[in-house]
Design a protein around this ligand. Sequence first.
Ligand SMILES: Cc1cc2nc3c(=O)[nH]c(=O)nc-3n(C[C@H](O)[C@H](O)[C@H](O)COP(=O)(O)OP(=O)(O)OC[C@H]3O[C@@H](n4cnc5c(N)ncnc54)[C@H](O)[C@@H]3O)c2cc1C
Length: 407
Amino acid sequence: MSATQHRKLRTGRTVWQSIPVARVPERRLRRDLACDVVVIGAGISGALIAERLTEDGLDVVMVDRRGPLAGSTTASTALLQYELDLPLCRLARRIGPARAERLWRRSKLALDALDERLHRLGLDADCVHRSSLYLQGDVLDVEGLREEASARRHAGFEVSFLTRGQVRDAYGIKGRAALLSHGGMAADPRKLASGFLRAALARGARLYAPVEATGIDPLVSGAVVHTAGGPSLRARAVVFATGYEMPKGVPRMGHRVTSTWALATRPQPRAAWRDEVMISEASDPYLYLRVGPQGRILCGGEDEAFIDQETRDALIPQKIAALQEKLVRLLPQVRPEADYAWAGSFGASPTGSPSIGAVPGMRNCFAALGYGGNGITFSMLSAQVLSAAIGGRDDPDADLFSFRRKF
Ligand SMILES: Cc1cc2nc3c(=O)[nH]c(=O)nc-3n(C[C@H](O)[C@H](O)[C@H](O)COP(=O)(O)OP(=O)(O)OC[C@H]3O[C@@H](n4cnc5c(N)ncnc54)[C@H](O)[C@@H]3O)c2cc1C
């Protein structure tokens, strides 16, 4: 029995697994413990949440059934962007322009906050600032991109519309108009998570692994987390930061787990394209790419709605070939041979936005379901929203992510 679903989160060797990362010390759980907050999950979400809560002065215990950095975070291609999966003009039609604009702005603030915290803590995580190029596709054509540009400008974002000729001249990509936006980043996701986990541990947080949370008993003034090994953890609050292994009893809010594929090419013999902008398509299924470690191109997409892990894994050769073909069609000068290929669980939500906050019907329990292409940005957002919720403070945007919202 477990408090969350069980999944094979990823298959294949990711490019990050060949890059050394600072070890995150973990302990064995041998006896019952008490603390302020138990965080279940030691990926990037748990790391950012724990770091933030320890800054608030709280005594934090983390548990993970696998160990730190052993979940989906290691599979991430780590394009750190504020642009939600659903274009702003489409989101506005769905939930109203005012809410849509607030969501997009808060996503940008969360990304800026991540950047600022990296600086403040002196973490590197191979983080670089990158602009983003959003190419026309079957979701947004040229007119759609123009509409999206004006929706973003109305919300206060800096964005340029580039004609097909401008995209061809600047990036060598033919037949596509695009939006160019700024303020994104790229990083090594394991170094990112390791850095924040170590910062939380340095402030006194404790990390126990492997520890499976099997069930939660909410209390009037806290909750007890039961674990597979026997000891239990008593806390004022419990946070589920369990990624795509959905916590049981937490409303899904339309979030669904899907399958995705990614590759890292061999190091490219020459600079791949101007300014190493992060490229994505307004298409379904989409393609996205960025320059990664040692001048390799990281490229992913081809998402499918199914979650059957055997089918997902069997499709790796076929999906990687499809990604390579698309890559070369887009950028003929690129060498598409892959040194790394992997598949993983992925998540999506109808609005491209996360669900974060108190879990209805589970007193003193909170969850961060940060699904979507901006998963890591949403991990930072979760840290901000949950810090306020657990600390009894107001977050002006909590209603946008609440498990009680009606949109
Ligand atoms: C191929 C791929 C590409 C991606 N690209 C991007 C990208 O470019 N940009 C971006 O922002 N996001 C991207 N994402 C999404 C991003 O990686 C995820 O949103 C993020 O890693 C999720 O982090 P997490 O900490 O929530 O989950 P995880 O890293 O999976 O951590 C959750 C942890 O919870 C633990 N756990 C679960 N249940 C229990 C339990 N009952 N008891 C104890 N422990 C438990 C698990 O063992 C796991 O270690 C990508 C994802 C994939 C798969």
